[in-house]
Ligand binder design. Sequence first.
Ligand SMILES: Nc1ncnc2c1ncn2[C@@H]1O[C@H](COP(=O)(O)OP(=O)(O)OP(=O)(O)O)[C@@H](O)[C@H]1O
Length: 277
Amino acid sequence: MTLLAVTDLRVAFAGRGLRARPVEVLHGVSFEVAAGETLGLVGESGSGKTTIGRAVLGLVRPSGGSIRFEGRETVGLGGRERRALARDIQVVFQDPYTSLNPSMTIGDILAEPLVIQGATRRDAHTRVRALLDQVGLPADAVERLPREFSGGQRQRIAIARALAPGPKLIVCDEPLSALDLSTQALVLDLLIEIQRAAGVAYLFISHDLAVVRHISHRVAVLYRGDLVETGPAADVTSSPEHPYTRRLLLSAPLADPVEQRRRREERRALAAAEAQG
Ligand SMILES: Nc1ncnc2c1ncn2[C@@H]1O[C@H](COP(=O)(O)OP(=O)(O)OP(=O)(O)O)[C@@H](O)[C@H]1O
């Protein structure tokens, strides 16, 4: 079942200078996310990945196109309707150091969305303990402040907070980029485990193809505000059709210097071929 359907999405930002025209950064992007699915969204820096995520969350107003959630148009929703949608669409941001309120205890951070939804303090308390357990944190975390936790633990707290309202979709915007490699693997596995248990869908934004390949069912490749390729993760990452995807794959860092050199040469050849049109 289609959960999210984005059709011909356009976003323009005000240009610099008094007479500057708006600058369009998404030029008509279309994709779908099914219930319980992970769609990986990849592309180089500045290609528009975060802008897509923010538009889906209602944080950026599109200049054109449609964003339907469970068949209902979400563009232009405000007030109560937008708040109701916020239960279904949650977000985990890149930086676990700035995304959690430093003066609130973990218990309060996790209970807040539940109480807003009308849960009693007692129910919220029980649910907070279950959420902490689900993300692998000890029950005594409720009394503590974000600064007492490592980056990986804070990202677990951010994931628990996103899960609290029982969403159907979580926009994960580079959720691993601020973490060291071994912590990245643990948090990635946690996200996969949560999906299996809760059936939540992810729009997983990342510039790291290895990570995206690992977690995604399908992958969409964004290049300068256009989707150039969408398909099953294994196909897009092993036999990409678009030259840009090939280039993106070839620029992924490798441990083997010989293979790294071979890929650099292949990349140069591709870039030269592209330049010649
Ligand atoms: N609020 C804004 N006002 C003006 N321009 C913006 C705004 N937000 C994003 N942009 C521009 O839109 C383009 C796409 O940015 P976006 O952050 O969506 O890219 P991205 O692919 O997520 O990049 P990164 O991987 O570096 O986060 C960039 O040129 C950026 O400078």
